[in-house]
Unconditional design. Sequence first.
Lengths: 140, 140
Amino acid sequence: MDIHHLITKLREKGHKITPQRLAICELVLSSKDHPTADQIYKKLKQKFPTISLATVYQTLHLLKDLGLLLELGFPDCSARFDPNISPHIHIICLKCGKIEDYETENLKEQWAKIVKDIGVEPIIQRLDLYIYCDKCKKNQ
Amino acid sequence: MDIHHLITKLREKGHKITPQRLAICELVLSSKDHPTADQIYKKLKQKFPTISLATVYQTLHLLKDLGLLLELGFPDCSARFDPNISPHIHIICLKCGKIEDYETENLKEQWAKIVKDIGVEPIIQRLDLYIYCDKCKKNQ
DNA sequence: GTTTTAAATAGGAACAATTTTTAGTTAGTA
DNA sequence: TACTAACTAAAAATTGTTCCTATTTAAAAC
């Protein structure tokens, strides 16, 4: 998603283009590591020393409502935000919480078939595969 | 999972068999509706007027650690608990939060193939498909 | 059957993530 | 340039969950 397309989309819905909003969007939409709101907040504080966590949350929810972001809730820790909204698997370690992505054409095809069988109109999906990562297996 | 098998499993790990614990386990392991801790707590209060929410949480986490329960974290609401640990899809309405299960032999086979391709040792999985349910589509 | 003891429970306090509130500021329109 | 709806920041409130600790209990030892 390039920045001009984003700006257009925000304007269409009547949202203002503020420097904070742009910075938050750019940061999260280009991230590969499923950051938490707090991680985004801390990074942006360097550029915007007065930015508040509430603004970060609000902007992330805006992106979520626009369908550009997936919010991943977890039992014991903060929500994490994923800008990749096409079908992919999160390979998550049950111990350390590390997330890796698995995304192939074959997977997308398989998933599309499954969704077609179910016969619903999909908006978005979340596919988590829980494992113990190599590191955690060793240290145990 | 029948109750004697559960008791054996708890004893093996050195956990005591208390009436509260048994009631919580029986209730959640036989539930089909992904209840929250609070829903379980409120139901059990009829039989155990002094039961505490902390006990419910503790027991649910015990079952989770034993691999008998999946805890589903969500962004804006309580965690929900799912006793079905075999591969199935949660069809979840983005508006009202209703969860329906989709579970077929074909899905299990497809998922097994995907996991095999990834080449990791799976512990458990969470497959969510987000939609707008018919009811919410109408009221909009 | 009684005693022992280690673990579980109840209830409330504490905690942390997130949301709401409010007052002041700003982007975009006319 | 003035206007106004939307935004921001900071603080306060809220909510789900966990922690704390005195009391109770299950199960082992006697």
